[in-house]
Structure formats: structure tokens, C-alpha cells
Ligand binder design. Structure first.
Ligand code: NAD
Length: 265
């Protein structure tokens, strides 16, 4: 199976290149970077100090899609929307890990998913995917006497907040409680906020250092508190999960899938 990586020189892009090279039965069809970026024209392997692979970083994503069975995208929202159009046009599987997408951006993914398989997840690790399922179950069992808070910490370079994973956990909790997340969320608190609203799902964001991704879902009641936590210590878990998703989606009917679909959770 030929897999291409858009944004191949990014933090995740490099991990994804490694994961494709290590995956049995998979080959790297190529990689792209933003036009004018330093990496364009260089050998993908050299960027990663792997030696020459004979695959040059390109700026032409259309060519990459045409020469791939699946493309994995961990870039930025505007780029992901563009790539969704290319996936639909060329009939290729698209795996999206980019976070910070707006509702309109997500509508573009859904439009592509009418024509091709698209796997979209805020977190491709197996542990976090299980945490989502556990969160939904716990939220369905524990009523609103249990105040629900999602706490996350990431490295200092992260540009969106709360993290896509934190919002995904909030969405899973809201699904367990049979409410829409955006009718109960409180994404940040500052100043004289008043008392906590019953049924609110709160978020707290920490940023610093090189933290790959920590998430805790808290259910705090009078007299007890339950915490479900996940800590990622290496980006390889996201990259391996994304490659697994690409292989799973290859040959599936068009549709928008999540990592929970990939793992059967
Ligand atoms: P990064 O900034 O290191 O990498 C992004 C790369 O995309 C950069 O190299 C950039 O030049 C490139 N890029 C941007 N626009 C492009 C375009 N039009 N064409 C080609 N390349 C383009 O960021 P990162 O830490 O690798 O994270 C990337 C995204 O993945 C973020 O949204 C992050 O939140 C998300 N992420 C998701 C998961 C997950 O499991 N879903 C895990 C980690 C990070």
C-alpha cells in the first residue's frame, strides 16, 4: 500500500514518515511541504537524518494524491481543507489528525467523506481512543452530581486550545450524558465567573516544555472524585495509529470514520 505524507517535515510528519517506512506491506509514495518552505526539493530521508531515500519533498499535493493509495495529513486547518478536496477529486483515502478545525472546515471533511473514506480523529493513540470510550461510559453512569472537568497539558509550541483531544473527550462525555457539548461547555474561566453551573463540562489548558500530551477527565462529586488519565510520552503512538487507520480504511466504502471505528470501540 502506497502512503503519502503531507506536511512531512513537521513534528508529526517526520514521525509519520518513519511509521510508514516501518509498516509491513507499506511504502512511502512521497511527502509534501508548504510551497517555499526550506524542506521542498530535499530528500525526505535526509531531513530526518536517515540517509537518502530517493524521495524528494514536493510542494505539489495533487501529484502526491495521484500517486498514493492513502494520504495522511497532520498539518494545519486551511491545508487540511485543501487536501480534503484533493482526496475527493482523486478518490484516495484520507487520514486527518490536524486539530483546531472550525465547523466549516469539518463540513469540508464531511463533503469529501461522501466520496472517499476519511478517518478523522483528534488523537490516534490506542490509549486515548480507549479513554474516549471509558469517558462516555462513565458519563452515562454518573449523573450531574459529578462535575465534569477535562484538564490537558501540551508542549509550548501547540497553537490551539483546548486541545482537539480534550474537546473530543468533552464530546464523548456529552454523548454519554445525551447533551450537545456546545450547549454545556465552559472552555476557559477568568475573573468573577460566578458559581459553577450544574451539568457544565469545563476545560482547563496548560502549556509548557516538551509535554507530548496529557489528558485527565475528572468527575468530582461531594465526598469523592474519579479521574481517568492518559499521558503520551512519544509521538510515535499517534503516527502508528494513523498508519493503522490508513490500512484499515483502504477498500472501505466512502464515509467519515473515527479511530473508535478503526479499533472497533
Ligand atoms: P508542525 O507545525 O510541526 O507540523 C505541521 C507541518 O505541516 C509543518 O511542517 C508545515 O510546514 C506543514 N504544512 C502546513 N501547511 C501545509 C501545506 N499546505 N502543505 C504541506 N505542508 C503544510 O505541527 P505538529 O506538531 O506536527 O502538529 C500538526 C497538527 O497535528 C496539529 O494540528 C496538531 O494539533 C495535530 N496533532 C494531532 C495528533 C493526533 O493524534 N490527531 C497528534 C499530534 C498532533
Amino acid at each position: 500500500m502506497k502512503i503519502g505524507i503531507v506536511g512531512c517535515a513537521g513534528r508529526m510528519g517526520r514521525m509519520l514518515v518513519n511509521a510508514v517506512l516501518a509498516a509491513e506491506g507499506c511504502s512511502l509514495s512521497g511527502g509534501t511541504e508548504r510551497a517555499g518552505g526550506d524542506a521542498v526539493g530535499r530528500d525526505v530521508g535526509e531531513i530526518m537524518s536517515l540517509g537518502t531515500l530517493g524521495v524528494l519533498v514536493e510542494a505539489d499535493a495533487r501529484r502526491l494524491f495521484a500517486g498514493s493509495d492513502a494520504v495522511i495529513d497532520f498539518t494545519a486547518p486551511a491545508a487540511t481543507v485543501f487536501h480534503a478536496g484533493l482526496a475527493a477529486e482523486t478518490g484516495r483515502v484520507l487520514v486527518v489528525g490536524t486539530t483546531g478545525l472550525t465547523k466549516d472546515d469539518e463540513a469540508a471533511l464531511r463533503a469529501a467523506a461522501d466520496r472517499v473514506p476519511v478517518v478523522y480523529a483528534p488523537n490516534f493513540s490506542i490509549g486515548v481512543t480507549l479513554l474516549m470510550a471509558l469517558t462516555e461510559r462513565a458519563a452515562a453512569i454518573l449523573d450531574e452530581d459529578y462535575d465534569l472537568e477535562v484538564v490537558e497539558m501540551h508542549h509550548r509550541h501547540k497553537v490551539d486550545a483546548p486541545s482537539g483531544t480534550a474537546l473530543g473527550l468533552g464530546r464523548a462525555a456529552a454523548a454519554g450524558r445525551r447533551v450537545a457539548l456546545d450547549s454545556v461547555w465552559c472552555k476557559s474561566r477568568d475573573g468573577h465567573t460566578g458559581v459553577r453551573h450544574r451539568g457544565e463540562i469545563g476545560f482547563a489548558t496548560l502549556r509548557g516544555g516538551d509535554v507530548v500530551g496529557d489528558h485527565t477527565v475528572m468527575f468530582a462529586a461531594d465526598g469523592e472524585r474519579i479521574e481517568l488519565s492518559h499521558k503520551a510520552s512519544s509521538r510515535t503512538v499517534f503516527a502508528n495509529g494513523a498508519v493503522r487507520a490508513a490500512r484499515w480504511a483502504h477498500g472501505k466504502p466512502a464515509g467519515l470514520y473515527s479511530m473508535r471505528d478503526v479499533l472497533g470501540l
